[in-house]
Write a protein that binds this ligand. Sequence first.
Ligand SMILES: Cc1cc2nc3c(=O)[nH]c(=O)nc-3n(C[C@H](O)[C@H](O)[C@H](O)COP(=O)(O)O)c2cc1C
Ligand SMILES: Nc1ncnc2c1ncn2[C@@H]1O[C@H](COP(=O)(O)OP(=O)(O)OP(=O)(O)O)[C@@H](O)[C@H]1O
Length: 144
Amino acid sequence: MTHVIAQGTFDLLHPGHVHYLRDAAAFGDRLTVIVARRENVTHKDPPILPNRQRRDVVAAIDVVDDARVGHPEDIFVPIEELDPDVIALGHDQHHDETAIADELARRGIDCEVRRASPRDPEYEGELLSTGRIIDRILAERGDR
Ligand SMILES: Cc1cc2nc3c(=O)[nH]c(=O)nc-3n(C[C@H](O)[C@H](O)[C@H](O)COP(=O)(O)O)c2cc1C
Ligand SMILES: Nc1ncnc2c1ncn2[C@@H]1O[C@H](COP(=O)(O)OP(=O)(O)OP(=O)(O)O)[C@@H](O)[C@H]1O
């Protein structure tokens, strides 16, 4: 059984998220998703929705076997607990594959690091980015 881990913020789900999770699930037989804690989302605006709500909605996607809110301080603690075979990085995730692989080796975790593929819009107006969904909400309803 090949156990795959995917991770991300997953605020305001869209088909880009679904594509990533399907891609990650196809890397193995079991998919666990680690949902980033609000306080750890520092590379962009913090999520609108609370940790548990983002976890609960991700867990409801059919290809996801389990979803959990991540560790507050050390992102490798859940990895040590889950002992996965593959970490599926999102196509645009800022994490460096080599740095993650080096840390896995240092902790004695035998796990491959792979990149998932991007999904581009398929029809006019399809929004595949939480940031762009929020921008459109502000543009169309921001005066309320
Ligand atoms: C292997 C791995 C494990 C992670 N584990 C955690 C974690 O335990 N807790 C957490 O808050 N974030 C965790 N993250 C998420 C990062 O902290 C970061 O916020 C996340 O990658 C944001 O992704 P996004 O820009 O795709 O939303 C993890 C990321 C990676 C690559
Ligand atoms: N269009 C997309 N195609 C493939 N993967 C995607 C797409 N959009 C998001 N993902 C993946 O989903 C995971 C979680 O993404 P995240 O929660 O950062 O959403 P986002 O829509 O990219 O957010 P933002 O617009 O705020 O940057 C990441 O691994 C990311 O690469």
